[in-house]
Design a protein around this ligand. Structure first.
Ligand SMILES: [Zn+2]
Length: 316
């Protein structure tokens, strides 16, 4: 069963070896041709719908620095290799020469998204995967966790409404990992005594997620993980924390700042942007996550408060 409540983490980059399992894309029957690629699905209406979402998300993704213009291949499928995933971008490496490299029928890179991904998060999911798909070579030195943060950041710009939910998930996951959760001030239920001045009375509400902290890497270890290394962590809550960390860093550094760090790392011949550079640019302490608390709070504004209110209302 797909873990719906964890849907936000379920957008991932996979680097596959051609010798590994599932290195060939599925091939849904219906095609919707785009100027710059193709969307395929088992249902023509679904192909059209997803193609429209691609068109909506593409300008923001292609406005990123250092993207390339490879033809898009996006398939809407019933199931992805990992049941926690709602979407994935596949990059094949070590493909044998006789396999028709980069042809339309055997692409080196393609996106798969689940047919039953929640409709209200589909635009966000597609923006996220398109970011992985279009990032060019310069970005290759960015730690995978931070690339996930960048993909989330772009998705929140494409779909700000769903972005508030992403920030809530990230803040709750990080706070849970660091100190067990966080307190949010919520309006007291309307049926309770209404104060005369009309201002709703606020009550503290403790919010937390589920994280198996025994599986949680340190920040430094997290930034050393590659795409497949991230998926060796089986605890979904710990995965969620990694996405939260990536988002916290990416949102504080910004797209241009991240790109500059990648360029600098490449100029210095480094394989990966060092964790120290990222934490310095984000003005966060690499060694002491307890000091991140104000930054985590900083993810939460009015829109995020409304997300909490909706969840709070459902629970009372
Ligand atoms: Zn991703």
């Amino acid at each position: 069963m797909r873990a719906r409540t964890l849907g936000l983490l379920a957008a991932q980059t996979l680097v596959l070896s051609a010798l590994g399992c599932r290195a060939v894309p599925s091939h849904p029957r219906w095609e919707h041709r785009l100027d710059h690629g193709v969307v395929r699905a088992e249902d023509p209406a679904q192909a059209d719908e997803v193609a429209a979402l691609v068109r909506a998300a593409l300008p923001s993704v292609q406005a990123l620095p250092g993207t390339h213009r490879r033809p898009l291949v996006l398939h809407v499928v019933e199931q992805l290799p990992n049941e926690l995933m709602d979407g994935a971008t596949f990059h094949i490496v070590d493909l044998p020469d006789d396999a028709g490299n980069g042809s339309d029928t055997y692409p080196l890179e393609w996106i798969e998204i689940c047919a039953d991904a929640l409709p209200r998060r589909r635009l966000s999911l597609i923006a996220h995967e398109l970011t992985h798909f279009y990032l060019g070579e310069v970005w290759g030195v960015l730690p995978q966790v931070v690339e996930e943060g960048l993909a989330q950041l772009v998705s929140t710009q494409v779909d700000p409404r769903y972005g508030a939910e992403i920030r809530v998930e990230n803040a709750v996951a990080l706070a849970t990992a660091i100190s067990g959760g966080l307190t949010v001030e919520m309006p007291r239920p309307a049926e309770a005594s209404a104060p005369a001045d009309g201002e709703p009375e606020l009550v503290p509400w403790w919010v937390s997620g589920e994280v198996d902290t025994s599986q949680l890497p340190t920040a430094r270890e997290a930034l050393a993980l590659d795409a497949n290394g991230m998926w060796t962590i089986e605890d979904a809550g710990s995965q969620r924390v990694l996405y939260g960390l990536g988002y916290l860093l990416a949102s504080r550094i910004g797209v241009d700042g991240l790109y500059a760090l990648c360029q600098r790392a490449r100029a210095e011949g480094l394989e990966r942007v060092p964790a120290e550079w990222l934490f310095e640019a984000a003005e966060l302490d690499l060694e002491d996550p307890l000091l991140w608390k104000p930054a985590i709070r900083g993810l939460l504004g009015e829109q995020e408060h409304l997300v909490f209110v909706r969840r709070f209302d459902r629970r009372r």
